[in-house]
Design a protein. Sequence first.
Length: 452
Amino acid sequence: MNKKYFISLSIAAALTIGSLPTLGTTANAHSHTVEELQKQQEGISSKKEEINGKIDEKKSQINQNINKQQEIQSQIAEISTKVKDTETKITEKTKEIDETTAEINKLKEEIEVLKQKIEERNELLKERARAIQEKGGSANYLDVLLGADSFGDFINRVTAVNTIVSADKKIMDEQKRDQAELEKKQEEVEGKLADLESTKASLESLKKDLDSQKAKKADLFKQLEAQQASLEVEKKDLQQESDELSKMEHQLEGEIQAEQARLAELARQREIERKRQAEAEAAKRASAQQQATTSSNSSGGSSSTPTDTAPSAPVSAGAWTAPASGTITTNFGWDVLNGKKRFHYGTDIAARGSVPISAAADGYVIKSQYSSSYGNVVYITHSINGKTFTTVYAHMASSSVSQGQAVNKGDRIGYMGNTGYSFGQHLHFELHAGSWNASKSNAVNPRQYINF
């Protein structure tokens, strides 16, 4: 079964089971129904908080995924730059190899020409050697010199012989030099070509490795994109579930307010009936007192019931009334307590003796308990002109109401005290436009509604 559908069905069933009672049911039945609605509302709020936590988790995962994608994209761009740079270097090396190959080919042509020159020189030297041998070798040079007719002729013959010998020596020296130069140049060019081929092979290997890295990064990026799409769908489903729970939460809030208003109206009608009966009884007692001939101090007379040493606050007209009589010692707003500045979220009323505390408006008791800070405290919710309010009565000596009880404006709910975190007998009274919360974000100045 779909999770969202299951939650909706469960809450709908709970609402059906906890359907509101009619006006004729008892106050206990009413309070139990409101309590059940509040528990359902708390359950939905808890579930909604859990889902919102999961939504935040999905958002965090999506952000992490996006960061990873950006990192992968940056790495792919870096690798692409390296691939492009490597391709440029490969192109340059290929060009150098082509140029070196062309140089080698040109050198080969020069070598062929040089070989031809060497061959021609070899033939010339051979011819020279044969001529010398045919004429008797070196002895012929001496004959040439001795055959001079005069000293001048001798000098000429010496010069001629030296020229021939020098020419032969020059040819032989050129032969050796050309051969050495040829061998050196050929060795250098072939070495250069080998280096270029090796560098090109290394660059091609590097490019292949970079292409492989780039492909892996691209695959990882696709996986992250798919994962992000899945996370977005999950987040959307969770958001829809949270929205559905919010609707149910608001629906239950409306049910609670409607039931509280109905209970308040029921209590008001009962109070009217109670007052009517009390007035009738008071009229009977007044008639009986007029007929009495003895005083209450005569023997056999009954003792009177103890009364409050301080009167209850007069009940004002309208929706609101002051909760107690006494002196306003601290107003709503900023003040100083024990040398420290603080914000006071209520109004403090102080008085001596046994001072009764009354409900500030018609309503329904949410809590009547003891806490370390508030001491004996009562929380009452009110529905006035379609709006929800909550009043708080703290540091009470005692409470005379219990959770779920309907009260009317002016009903006694307890007595002023000095319990909890308190410094002297007083009533700490708070008024919240909405529900009460620990941060007291809904607290308002009671003087906006009540004339103390």
